[in-house]
Design a protein. Structure first.
Ligand SMILES: [Zn+2]
Ligand SMILES: [Zn+2]
Length: 180
């Protein structure tokens, strides 16, 4: 951490003391050789700092993964029951359900993060919305087979849209890309 302001001696890489260094890590400011330097949008970084950064981003605990998956699944299923009665208004209900799921998951995992955690929450939301869609699908196929007409098809389209919108809203909201 401590840095002397007057150092006439040539700098050497902190991992390779035999190599003279022309670069400094933009984060820890230690001198690094060209082999140790990794170019990032904010300048050269040493490999240690790159690793540290990745760890700082992935804070999720093992328990967070099943919690996010199951919570997203239950809420998405509940939402699908509401959406199935809404018809066209699914377009407005689904993103709202997605936001609620994302916020509940975020609260449940105490704002811990990991890319895999967000994917699992989205997968849970997709699976949670799927049962009702499948039931509707089977019901409509059965109705078609008995010649009752195609009245159920629109309901299937809204539910499919619901699953798609909820899943993408959960994923994008959790991973920090705002959809508004
Ligand atoms: Zn560094
Ligand atoms: Zn080096």
């Amino acid at each position: 951490m401590a840095q002397s302001t007057s150092d006439p001696a040539p700098l050497t890489c902190y991992r390779h003391p035999d190599r003279e260094s022309m670069l400094r890590c933009s984060r820890c400011e230690r001198p690094i050789c060209s082999e140790c330097a990794v170019l990032t949008p904010t300048g050269y970084r040493c490999k240690e700092c790159i690793r540290g950064q990745q760890k700082a981003f992935e804070t999720a605990l093992t328990i967070d993964y099943p919690v996010a998956f199951v919570l997203a699944g239950i809420l998405a299923f509940g939402g699908s029951l509401i959406a199935s009665a809404m018809g066209f208004f699914t377009i407005f209900i689904a993103p709202l359900v997605g936001i609620i799921i994302a916020e509940v998951v975020r609260w449940a995992v105490r704002k811990r993060r990991a890319p895999q955690l967000f994917r699992l929450a989205a997968a849970g939301a997709a699976l949670g919305g799927a049962p009702l869609l499948l039931i509707r699908l089977i019901g409509t196929i059965a109705a078609l087979a008995s010649g009752a007409g195609i009245g159920g098809i629109l309901g299937i389209i809204w539910l499919a849209l619901y699953v798609f919108l909820v899943t993408s809203t959960v994923y994008y909201r959790l991973s920090g890309i705002k959809l508004r």
